[in-house]
Design a protein. Sequence first.
Length: 270
Amino acid sequence: MNFPLFKQMMKIHAKGMSNYAFGSAFYILLMFWLYPGIADNTGALNELLKSMPEGIVNAFNIQGGFGSMEAFISGEYYGLILPLLLSIFSIMLSTALMARMVDQGSMSYLLSTPTTRRQVAVTQAGVLSAGLLLIMLVTTGAGMLGYVWFIGDKFEFNGARYIEMNVVAWMLFIAASGIAFLVSSVMNDEKKALGTSGFIIVGMFALDMLGKISGSVEWLRYASIFSLYRPSDIAAGSGDPLLASLVLLAIGIACYAAGAIAFSRRDLPL
């Protein structure tokens, strides 16, 4: 890794990372603020869930109902809003760090310095993963503050499960960003890289949702990394978040490594 380049890239993309981080923090604080009002009607809401088709309940990760704070945020935030937010971040930043720099000619200036292609690729991968870590740390911290400000001793809250949800979400997007990074590392055109990354990651998200909606096509889920991300199970104290995290981390590392190797070996239009 080239640390001066890492520092410069972090500085360039700091505003965008901060916008996503504070946007995520705002949403999670909103969830904690809303829950006391929701908690008074959990019985009626849970009855409503029972009347809904099982596939819809599964698709939006609200199997756990609204009986606890972590069950509420697992469905309302971690099940839909956060995956979409971080999918967009992963796709946009990976493309900006690799394919856009090749497309616009900026990469030629980097490679004219005493820096190898592999060092550049590893550094850009570090910037992308650090951005994701920043967002998840801010989100986790905001949730803890939300608990202190809005929940306190009024309702039960399992902080360990909340942290587990955030760790698995981070690992999910280490994997997703790794896929987007690999795509961006082998493409010269920014628009094609953006479109291909978006198609793969959003397509995986859609496959996971379709598999949860209908049992007849449940096998579609196994073509998606999102099948390993089950926030409602974590909120309920079931599942195996450690195994899911390790598998997602392995996928992410493999994709980042493949992207760095591919970038260092391919012909570039510089």
